[in-house]
Design a protein around this ligand. Sequence first.
Ligand SMILES: *[C@@H]1O[C@H](CO)[C@@H](O)[C@H](O)[C@H]1NC(C)=O
Length: 264
Amino acid sequence: MEIFYVFLLLAVGLALASAENAKASLMYPYGTDQGDTKNPKSDDGTSSKINIPVPFTFYGKKYNSLYVNNNGVVSFGVNVSQFTPDPFPLDGGSPFVAPYWGDVNNLKGGDILWRQTQQPALLSRCTADINLYFPDIPFTTTWALVATWDRVAYFGTASKKVNTFQAVLITNGELSFIMLNYADIQWTTGVASGGNAKTGLGGTPAQAGFDSGDKINYYNIPGSRTSDIINIAATTNVKTPGRWAFQVDEFVIGVSTEKINCLE
Ligand SMILES: *[C@@H]1O[C@H](CO)[C@@H](O)[C@H](O)[C@H]1NC(C)=O
């Protein structure tokens, strides 16, 4: 009988270890030791304007700069302080990549970190992932941005709940892709968006996806702005729970090569 319990404990231990490994391999490396810059501690804050040497094409428009905003959005053109998410497409027409748009408060916990990179090892990893998910598209990465929200708390928090997620922007200057990684999602809503201080749930929950700003090309990840978004770390469009990947230089959703909005 006792030997059975020893095996049971071993099995549980191995399962936990492999779940940790899966999480670690889902996220691209991040942290100040990787050369990341940390956003200042500021509710609804943002990075400074980040100029990029290789243009990022987002549905036909090329962008040479972007912002990594505390509230879970990478934006082009303007910075974003809005804390309660709106569904895509937005009225304002600002291009958004939104791994998890919600009311983060890094004064209460966590960090928002980012780096742009042309480091060969990291670019190779990007290329391998994109080639796997989009096998029909010949592609080699020349530039990437890794933006990470590491154990971030929500506005008005009265709990220890934190979220860890990432947006990776990948391009060769013409073709471009985004990869959204969700390691651990524990809250959906800040208090100013109608959420509960103790649970971080309720109200208007977080929004995930992207919006090109042209009112035609956008995508809301299923569950966005509903309580189901709490489960986003278990969902995927690329057979890897916690990861969503999209080509965003033209309108192709997920791994399908079918053009949903074909202009030819
Ligand atoms: C963000 O945008 C506001 C309004 O346009 C501006 O006043 C502010 O300086 C910007 N912040 C940064 C870091 O660029």
